[in-house]
Ligand binder design. Structure first.
Ligand code: ATR
Length: 287
């Protein structure tokens, strides 16, 4: 029942609106509410929609969902639920159905409540694919090194597999890389001592925490393996420029920064929650 009071508080902050919330832990510094609210204002639908946040820890997800369902039977106003760390995989058991991409990726970052059912979608893969398209870079058949084998990496493997890329997954825990690689038909390697192998690829993607939090200033690969013709994709947006991005710029490589993934997964999510297309600039200007 703990979350009922919190959901009521959120409702009272946004009376008579269709509300989306981002849940996770930590969630305090999430940029998603600002990004979506700015786009609602830009489309002049802010009197109809609002986007808020709510801290839900890993072991609280079940209680949260029970309370949410209860709340929505009476109120029905929470229409969107954005899941960030650590809920992207665990949330699936509470949903009524999944969109096509989420079914394959087996991770959900966006839940839409249509008034009856909770439907899970994954838009992270779109946040990975679109920055390449924006630059006119064709990724078909490219060799890609994905560093990390967690939830974000699943969407990443899907995005590159969809474009017929040759994918190698590098992870600190090799067993996790092997499971993911087997599922999607890729190769798996241990991250440690494999920098040269990572350097043999066209695109190098960081999907680990290395570079943020306690690991600020650290890079998952040595600078020496990065070359001018590499494309580096970073998923971390805080700090805005990681050590890996800094190295990549120093060697003259193309860099796609973490905020771009955040932006475009949000663009697709906005479409799911509102059935409207946001202006990308309106979402981007608050990042
Ligand atoms: P997300 O949903 O963001 O992908 P996750 O599922 O917790 O989060 O995955 C985190 C990834 O970062 C994992 O690949 C993890 O490696 P392990 O599978 O070995 O745990 C990786 N990671 C986290 N800290 C790391 C570190 N210090 N060095 C290397 N990899 C690290």
């Amino acid at each position: 029942m703990k979350f009922l009071a919190k959901l009521n508080e959120i409702k009272s902050r946004h009376p008579d609106k269709k509300i989306s919330i981002i849940i996770g832990f930590p969630v305090e510094h999430s940029l998603s509410p600002a990004m979506h609210n700015n786009a609602y204002k830009d489309l002049k639908i802010y009197d109809e929609y609002a986007y808020d946040k709510l801290e839900v820890k890993e072991d609280e997800l079940r209680e949260f969902f029970v309370d949410l369902k209860h709340f929505n039977i009476i109120n029905g106003c929470i229409i969107g639920l954005t899941c960030t760390m650590p809920h992207k995989i665990n949330i699936i058991q509470y949903l009524d159905s999944l969109g096509d991409e989420a079914k394959v990726i087996k991770a959900v970052n966006s839940v839409f409540f249509d008034g009856q059912k909770y439907i899970g979608y994954n838009t992270d893969w779109y946040g990975i694919e679109r920055p390449f398209k924006e630059r006119g870079i064709h990724i078909n058949n490219k060799k890609v090194a994905i560093i990390g084998a967690g939830g974000a990496s699943r969407a990443c493997v899907y995005a590159f597999k969809k474009n017929d890329c040759l994918i190698s997954i590098f992870n600190r825990t090799i067993e996790k890389a092997k499971v993911l690689a087997e599922e999607f038909g890729c190769e798996a390697f241990e991250l440690k001592d494999n920098d040269d192998k990572i350097g043999e690829n066209d695109i190098i993607v960081n999907m680990t925490n290395v570079g943020m939090g306690d690991l600020v200033g650290k890079s998952p690969v040595k600078k020496e393996v990065l070359k001018k013709n590499h494309i580096i994709f970073e998923c971390i947006y805080k700090p805005s420029e990681t050590k890996l991005a800094e190295y990549a710029k120093e060697v003259g490589a193309e860099v796609i920064l973490g905020y771009e993934m955040l932006l475009y997964q949000g663009v697709k999510q906005f479409e799911i929650y509102t059935s409207k297309i946001p202006r990308v600039e309106a979402m981007k200007e608050v990042l």
